[in-house]
Design a protein around this ligand. Sequence first.
Ligand SMILES: [Zn+2]
Length: 231
Amino acid sequence: MLKKWIVGIFTLIVGTIILIVTFILLILSMKPNPQSTTPEIVKPRNALPIITEKRGITRINGHVIVNKQYGLPQTYKPGENKAARYKLNQLLHKAEKEHISLKYISGYRSYDDQKQVVETYTQKDGKQTAQSYTAPPGHSEHQTGLAFDVGTDFPMKDFHKDFEKSEESKWLTQHAADYGFIIRYPKGQSQQTGYAYEPWHLRYVGHQLANIITEGDTNLESYYHLNHELK
Ligand SMILES: [Zn+2]
């Protein structure tokens, strides 16, 4: 009788454990959150930015910073950021649904890819002109895997100041932040960013920061008080 009791309780315990484990596995196997692939992004809890520098990579509150002052080493090859690309695809899909013909043009470029780009443009336009619109290797935000250039169905508008006047550009300005992107080099802020207005260049910073920067009509350098160091 006692033996039967022990076997019964034992079966009950084992059964419960199996049930709990199955439940946990079920939850874990559910749709993964793409945000979780960028655990380095720190949600700002106060106004003071936390600047870290590790192996030549500067991060502010977890966001990789690349501009004329802060560069990336040749060895930094993170590839395309999956969470950022997922969000870009969602953004482009939303545009398509609203009959806006936004297209992916370019994304991740390694240090060596950028070197090649600079050489090609230098041969085409000369060193000085090429330098005015192309970042030197190590200083292109595309090396972070978090930056994308978008365009239209009309190649003449792409990478051209006329893109600004297009319906696509207007739509992008209104919706980019909803998907965690900022127009990295906004109009009239070249003094702060170091770059002329590029309405097609998006940088993924996550939903929270994208909204703050877009609503404040500002940029990463101004928001994180890096202006004085750029000059
Ligand atoms: Zn770009």
